[in-house]
Design a protein around this ligand. Structure first.
Ligand code: GN1
Ligand code: CA
Ligand code: CA
Length: 272
């Protein structure tokens, strides 16, 4: 009997059938099963718990307009404006007072000075010629507008020749035009030589010849017919022969070489 409602109903049916049975049999025993008197009133129940909060009320009506606010603080200073146009030139000032009178001059012996200066010019000219003779004939130095060229009569491998030129303050000669090539050619002939190393090689990439200042070949080249041919498989350095022609040869060949030097370096004139 899990349903309490059903239980109560059955009990009532049972009760009334019992009453009915009893009533029908009153003739036999009517005073035996009468209900008792009403009981006392029960105690007052405990106070109930507080009710649930009520629903939110409707939106209230708009309030009155507030009073006028206080006066605000002074604002921050604004940015500086752009520079204005240059003003017009002012009027010329008045002339200053005249200077003091100069001291009297001395008598100049101009003729004598002119003679000394003239003699100096003659001496400078003689000195120039002497330097030229020493440079060209004794040392075998050739020069262009910008550079000096000097044959070094010390047989060296290409690498050592380059180091030697650098130690002297220059580098291996780099003939980049016909004029320079002819100058070096005359230098080789004058020195009675047949071949010299010049500052040109294809050590980094076969067939791609570069000057020692890392510049590639330009419009001018002086290759002998059939050269460069990399004949000995490893011909990566270049010689100039006494006709002025170029030939690729092995870098380990030991021959004389030609250096070049800038006349001006870092704005300084080395020698004229
Ligand atoms: C020379 O000597 P030979 O022929 O193997 C030269 C090569 C030239 C070649 C031209 C050391 O080689 O570089 O290309 O003549 N080698 C040397 O015929 O001078
Ligand atoms: Ca080569
Ligand atoms: Ca060759």
């Amino acid at each position: 009997m899990e349903n309490p409602k059903l239980t109560r109903c059955l009990l009532l049916v049972l009760f009334f059938s019992l009453i009915s049975t009893v009533t029908q049999g009153t003739e036999v025993c009517s005073n035996t099963i009468l209900p008792g008197s009403k009981g006392d009133q029960g105690e007052k129940g405990d106070e109930g718990e507080g009710g649930k909060p009520g629903k939110m009320g409707p939106i209230g009506s708009k309030g009155l307009k507030g009073e006028l606010g206080n006066h605000g603080d002074v604002g921050m200073m604004g940015k500086i404006g752009p520079v204005g146009d240059k003003g017009d030139k002012g009027l010329k000032g008045s002339d200053g007072p005249a200077g003091f009178k100069g001291k009297p001059g001395t008598t100049c012996d101009c003729g004598r000075y002119r003679k000394v200066v003239g003699q100096m010019d003659v001496n400078i000219s003689k000195l120039r010629n002497s330097v030229k003779f020493v440079k060209n004939v004794i040392l075998g130095i050739k020069e262009t507008e910008e550079k000096f060229y000097l044959i070094i009569k010390e047989a060296k491998k290409y690498k050592d020749a380059l180091t030697n030129c650098r130690l002297r303050g220059g580098t291996l000669a780099m003939p980049k035009d016909e004029e320079t090539n002819l100058l070096i050619t005359s230098s080789i002939s004058q020195a009675g030589l047949s071949r010299v190393f010049i500052g040109l090689h294809d050590s980094d990439k076969e067939g791609q010849f570069m000057y020692v200042d890392n510049t590639p070949l330009q419009n001018f080249t002086g290759w002998s017919p059939g050269e460069p041919n990399n004949a000995a498989v490893n011909e990566n350095c270049v010689e100039m022969v006494n006709t002025g022609s170029w030939n690729d040869v092995e870098c380990d060949l030991t021959i004389y070489f030609v250096c070049e030097f800038w006349k001006k370096r870092r704005g300084t004139v080395i020698i004229q």
